[in-house]
Write a protein that binds this ligand. Structure first.
Ligand code: DX5
Ligand code: ZN
Length: 216
C-alpha cells in the first residue's frame, strides 16, 4: 500500500507561489494537489491555466489535478498537455459519460481519477473501477480549504478498499478535505493511499514535522 501525501496549493500563499512550490519540492511530500473550481460545480473559483502553468514550471513532483468543474471533457486536452497533469481527477457527479471521460484521460498517458462527493456512495463505482487509476473521496463538501473532516469517510474508505480488493484491482484511494496528523493514521489503516492536506500543511509552524507525523 502506498502512503503518499499531497499538499493542496489552494491553502498556500499565492503572493509567494513560487516559494510555496519550492517548499513542497524540498519536502518529503509526494505530489502537488491542485484544486480547480468553476463557480458552478462548487460555490467558489480557484485557479486556471495561467497559474497552473506557472506551478508546473516550478514543480519537481507529480501534479495531481482535481477538477471541481462542470463539463470537464471540454478541458481534458489542456489539463493533460498545458497543465502537465500526472493524475487528472473528475467528479462522478459532473460526468454523464464517465467511462468515455476516463478513457480520454488515459489515452493521453495521464492517470485517470474519479472523485465522489460526501453524499455519493462508493457502490456507484462498481462498473467503472477497472477503468480508473484512482478514486478521490471528498471528506468535506468541495469548494473550500480548511473545513472539518466528515468522520463517516473512514467507513467509506474501508468499503471502497474492500471493493477494489474484491475486483482484484490496484486503484489508488485518495482522501481530500480536513486531513492532518490527527486522522492520517486511521485513514491509511482504512486503506487510503494518498492523503491531501491543505490547511494542515500550509498553516503548520513546522511543515516537515507535519508531513512526518502524517506518514508515520
Ligand atoms: C476542497 C479541496 C481540497 C482542499 C483541502 O474543495 O478539494 O483539496 O483544498 O484543504 P484542507 O486540507 O484544508 O481541507
Ligand atoms: Zn482537492
Amino acid at each position: 500500500m502506498a502512503k503518499l501525501i499531497a499538499p493542496s496549493l489552494l491553502s498556500s500563499d499565492f503572493g509567494h507561489l513560487a516559494d510555496e512550490v519550492e517548499g513542497v519540492n524540498r519536502s518529503v511530500a509526494d505530489w502537488f494537489h491542485i484544486d480547480v473550481m468553476d463557480g458552478h460545480f462548487v460555490p467558489n473559483l480557484s485557479m486556471g491555466f495561467p497559474v497552473i502553468k506557472a506551478i508546473a514550471k516550478a514543480a519537481r513532483k507529480p501534479l495531481d489535478i482535481h477538477l471541481m468543474i462542470e463539463r470537464p471533457d471540454d478541458y481534458i486536452e489542456r489539463f493533460c498537455t498545458e497543465a502537465a497533469a500526472s493524475v487528472l481527477t473528475v467528479h462522478y457527479e459532473a460526468c454523464t459519460h464517465l467511462h468515455r471521460t476516463l478513457q480520454s484521460i488515459r489515452q493521453r498517458g495521464v492517470k485517470a481519477g474519479v472523485a465522489l462527493n460526501p453524499h455519493t456512495p462508493v457502490s456507484v463505482l462498481e462498473e467503472i473501477l477497472p477503468y480508473a487509476d484512482m478514486v478521490l473521496l471528498m471528506s468535506v463538501n468541495p469548494g473550500f480549504g480548511g473545513q472539518r473532516f466528515i468522520p463517516t469517510t473512514l467507513r467509506k474508505t474501508e468499503k471502497l478498499k474492500n471493493e477494489i480488493l474484491r475486483q482484484g484491482l490496484s486503484v489508488l484511494i485518495e482522501i481530500d478535505g480536513g486531513v492532518g496528523p490527527e486522522n492520517a493514521g486511521e485513514l491509511f489503516a482504512a486503506g487510503a493511499d494518498v492523503l491531501v492536506c491543505g490547511n494542515a500543511y500550509f498553516s503548520s509552524e513546522d511543515r516537515e514535522e507535519t508531513l512526518r507525523l502524517m506518514k508515520r
